[in-house]
Design a protein around this ligand. Structure first.
Ligand SMILES: [Zn+2]
Length: 155
């Protein structure tokens, strides 16, 4: 919202001239970075998911961070090597979901045209989610992933 210095009209949106009198509008300095702020704001909203870190013991988190992180790369390793870790299991669950997503993406990729468009988008989303998961695991957080974190495969 910008107020016109000429006539006092409040002008909405991304306009350079007053919609009432046509005077050039002075865009406040803060709006220069808006696109950047918008993006990090959007990401924050996107990544605003349940954080259940408090349900895990500090010892478990400390001991099994690496296993939790591996869950997003090769989920089979923590599934076999860190069965007893609740923290590793939390991330393994999400790793498996992303793996299933990747399998679905590769199946969709076989569908001509539509699949060729959707599969790469899915792959990008899965990659972004895996990176978020790895960052959470490395940071010792049991935070749900956006979009897929609600699904629970492992009990
Ligand atoms: Zn005006």
């Amino acid at each position: 919202m910008i107020t016109c210095k000429q006539c006092g009209t409040q002008v909405e949106g991304d306009v350079k001239y007053c919609t009432n009198c046509g005077a050039p509008l002075e865009i406040p300095e803060t709006s220069q970075n808006t696109s950047q702020i918008d993006l990090s704001e959007k990401f924050k909203q996107f990544n605003d998911t349940a954080d259940t870190t408090a349900e895990f013991t500090a010892e478990d988190i400390e001991k099994n961070k690496v296993m939790a992180l591996l869950a997003y790369i090769i989920f089979l390793i923590p599934l076999l090597a860190a069965k007893d870790s609740k923290f590793a299991r939390f991330h393994t669950n999400q790793g498996i979901i992303l793996f299933i997503g990747a399998v679905i993406a590769s199946i969709i990729a076989a569908i001509p045209i539509i699949g060729w468009i959707i599969a790469p988008i899915l792959s990008v989303i899965i990659t972004v989610l895996a990176v978020i998961g790895i960052i959470n695991a490395a940071g010792g957080k049991a935070k749900e992933l956006p979009l897929v974190g609600k699904f629970k495969i492992l009990k």
